[in-house]
Design a protein around this ligand. Structure first.
Ligand code: C5P
Length: 238
């Protein structure tokens, strides 16, 4: 279990990120998630800026393309020194193996390879959507577990899924397979578009390795206070 919740920096501009980061004391080192909204607009330089300030970075670009393209893209991303990155398990075992190879090739000598996780089913996908749009006719959890097994077979470090699927994933793969859980909502907060949600304490009890929290922190009246409360709930020992 990682002691710090990962904050989803779901902003479009560097200026918004800077304003947000200024709400935190400089010595408070964070674990942040940069998604495509920010990366496609500000590019690799914002990753370097956050890393240079001492923060850990999950670069959430959810790659999904032919193996050769993903391998080369990952080679470049590894050079940025990010701590975690991810691909879609739906890209297949060969694509996931290529992604891992790319990260290994691109990691500078003496540096740690970024952890590589696979997206199983997005938490915004309902079972009905999956049946209709993907023509996958098994229950959603079975599909998630299947993708987790493919990710493990490809040598990945773990998966991204709803916390509600963590115990099934660990039982089907291994106990130390990383499970990163978004869809976290502290008691009494607004769910927004997330459906399969759990509290930080529930995620800890279920066995999530990392939690990702966005709006409950970024949209809070006092983001620093909201972060401290969530961090405390998440890291409290059982
Ligand atoms: O604001 P909220 O806490 O819902 O943000 C969750 C973050 O986790 C968002 O950046 C979202 O894109 C991401 N995410 C998710 N479900 C996944 C993968 C990533 O909600 N399966």
């Amino acid at each position: 279990m990682n002691q710090r919740p990962i904050i989803a920096l779901d902003f479009s501009t560097w200026q918004e990120v800077e304003q947000f980061m200024q709400l935190f004391p400089e010595e408070e080192k964070l674990f942040v998630k940069i998604g495509m909204e920010l990366f496609y607009q500000e590019g690799p330089i914002i990753v370097r800026w956050l890393k240079d300030a001492g923060h850990e970075v999950f670069l959430d670009l959810k790659l999904h393309d032919i193996p050769n393209t993903v391998e080369k893209a990952m080679r470049g991303l590894a050079k940025l020194g990010v701590d975690i990155t991810c691909v879609h398990a739906a890209g297949g075992i060969k694509m996931m193996q290529a992604a891992l190879r790319g990260l290994e090739e691109g990691t500078p000598a003496g540096k740690k390879r970024p952890l590589l996780l696979a997206i199983t089913q997005l938490t915004s996908t309902s079972e009905a959507d999956m049946h209709h749009d993907q023509l996958i006719q098994v229950p959603l959890e079975e599909s998630v577990i299947h993708y987790a097994k493919c990710a493990e077979a490809a040598g990945l470090d773990g998966v991204v899924s709803s916390a509600l699927e963590v115990s099934g994933i660990k039982a089907a793969t291994r106990q130390d397979f990383i499970c990163l859980s978004p869809g976290i909502r502290p008691e009494g907060s607004v769910a927004g578009d997330q459906t399969r949600i759990v509290t930080p304490a529930q995620a800890r009890g279920i066995g999530s390795t990392f939690i990702v929290v966005g709006r409950p922190i970024t949209q809070a009246k006092d983001p620093y206070q909201a972060y401290q409360t969530i961090k405390e709930e998440w890291s409290r020992s059982i």
